[in-house]
Ligand binder design. Sequence first.
Ligand SMILES: Cc1ncc(CO)c(N)n1
Length: 220
Amino acid sequence: MLFTDYLYENSKEVWDKYLEHPFLIELGEGTLDKEKFRKYLIQDYLYLIEYAKVYAMACVKSRNMKELKKFHNGVAGSIETETANHIMYLKDFGENIENMEFKYKLNMTNESYTSYMKSISVTGTIEEIVAAVLPCTWSYNYIGLKLKEKYKDKLEGNFFESWIETYASDEYVAFKNEWLDFTNELCENLPQDTKEKLKDIFLRASKYELEFWNMAYKGE
Ligand SMILES: Cc1ncc(CO)c(N)n1
């Protein structure tokens, strides 16, 4: 069994809940309250800044060029490629992008999740850092693809279409697949107790993802 399948199987119950989440159903239907979406995007923009630092710490810990390039790519993917879509929406909402980190603060859910990953980035191994960051990229691609599949005939004119297309795009699929391959290469031959520790980290981060959707829907 692929190591990533082992991670997924153990977290499947949580991942199933993403697909039933009202925030994502309404986003797919195009009926989500735009104010909720605006607030979510602001938190997510702040999230990506902290998330990039987790990869940055892994850059420092890299043991070879391959790892360094991978994590460097993670930094760039988070704060350049992925934020492009956030910036487009946020500008549309009238936000000043230069000012985001000063005007807004991470809320408690966001702070808990990013603090958790940053603490692993400081105290953990390279493999532990990978287990902490993987649910982020992977679950967003999982959600993007499922929403695209479910609403493919109804996406035109959906305000959130660009969000869905970003996470269902070929580039994002390729990015996710590279991370799955990298994780499997790194982890397939590890001792069982280490694998179990990584499985727990992956589950914890997956639960934080669900908390993030709850926060986005209910407000905080
Ligand atoms: C909370 C959260 N998780 C994952 C991603 C995907 O990078 C994101 N943008 N935000």
